[in-house]
Design a protein. Structure first.
Length: 204
């Protein structure tokens, strides 16, 4: 079937490999980023209230995910007494984490849009071949048009087979990112709540 599809199967193969690679990478990175936000926020609150700021910072350093990164940024400035810079630093950290979460999403969207278009282009090329054979022979025979029609059907099917799962994966990752954005907002609110209290360190 790959040979019958002609030259258009090669760009479709490249789209399928690229889409699969990005899907695997995004699946791993987003699931690693999706931590139990509620538990992390509660532990950080408790540690800061107990004056164990160093333990709270260490906890955020050892926890993966965008929420932990934002908390870590705020806690470092809180420890240094730079409360005025916290809001700006948190906003900057949030933009960095969002860029990390959305990395590769454009590639998935592009593959989902381009793959069926390449398939349709193969369809048009196959029909041109079929009608060219008819024009040359001067009569319609099944053997003359079968090759062109087969190219048309194979490339269309291949483009849709690639585009459908890539589009589903793209929408799934968008939903996961939206959930992580909510977690990041909770993390920002938690930082603001923590900074509203005076810092009291626990004696060794």
């Amino acid at each position: 079937m790959f040979q019958d599809g002609g030259i258009f199967m090669w760009p479709l193969l490249a789209c399928s490999i690229l889409g699969l690679a990005v899907i695997l990478v995004k699946f791993v990175t987003l699931h690693m980023a999706k931590i139990q936000t509620g538990r992390l926020l509660e532990r950080v609150r408790v540690l800061v209230q107990q004056g164990r700021l160093d333990d709270a910072i260490e906890l955020c350093q050892n926890t993966r995910g965008p929420v932990a990164a934002i908390l870590l940024t705020g806690l470092h400035l809180y420890e240094e007494g730079e409360t005025r810079r916290v809001e700006q630093a948190i906003a900057h950290a949030g933009k960095i984490e969002m860029a990390f979460l959305e990395k590769g999403m454009v590639v998935l969207a592009t593959v989902a849009n381009v793959a069926p278009l390449i398939g349709f282009l193969g369809t048009v090329a196959g029909m041109i071949i079929a009608f060219g054979a008819i024009e040359t022979a001067g009569e319609v025979e099944a053997q003359l048009v079968a090759g062109g029609i087969k190219v048309a059907l194979v490339t269309t099917a291949a483009g849709l087979i690639i585009a459908i799962p890539v589009n589903v994966a793209h929408n799934y990752f968008v939903q996961m990112i939206d959930g992580l954005v909510v977690d990041m907002r909770e993390g920002v609110q938690a930082i603001q709540d923590i900074l509203s209290r005076p810092l009291t360190r626990r004696n060794p």
